[in-house]
Write a protein that binds this ligand. Structure first.
Ligand SMILES: [Zn+2]
Length: 96
């Protein structure tokens, strides 16, 4: 029997054409739909660009959901943030 794949963040089921991003986390496999994965990717880019304002915004976006985010999602997200180096170091030149 084929397991229905749904997004861990928004619960959207995997569509016919667009496949969810497969994420390995500990002994588990998690899935994020393209839209939700995009937020995570943009956040990574913001960290690389040292754009802490954007990174903060995306980090908030990721966990602001109509339903309380699941524990797995939050623990994965915590791990993800550490891995991408969030929060980005603030540029001392730009500090007031
Ligand atoms: Zn989603």
């Amino acid at each position: 029997m084929k397991k229905t794949i749904s997004c861990l963040r928004c619960g959207k089921r995997e569509g016919f054409r667009k496949s969810h991003e497969k994420i390995k986390y500990k002994d588990d496999v998690l899935y994020l739909c393209v839209d939700c994965a995009q937020i995570a990717y943009k956040m990574k880019d913001a960290v690389i660009d040292m754009d802490s304002t954007l990174a903060d915004e995306l980090a908030r976006d990721f966990v602001s959901l109509p339903e309380k985010p699941s524990k797995v999602l939050l623990s994965w997200f915590d791990e993800y943030k550490t891995r991408i180096g969030y929060p980005p170091p603030t540029n001392p030149k730009e500090a007031p």
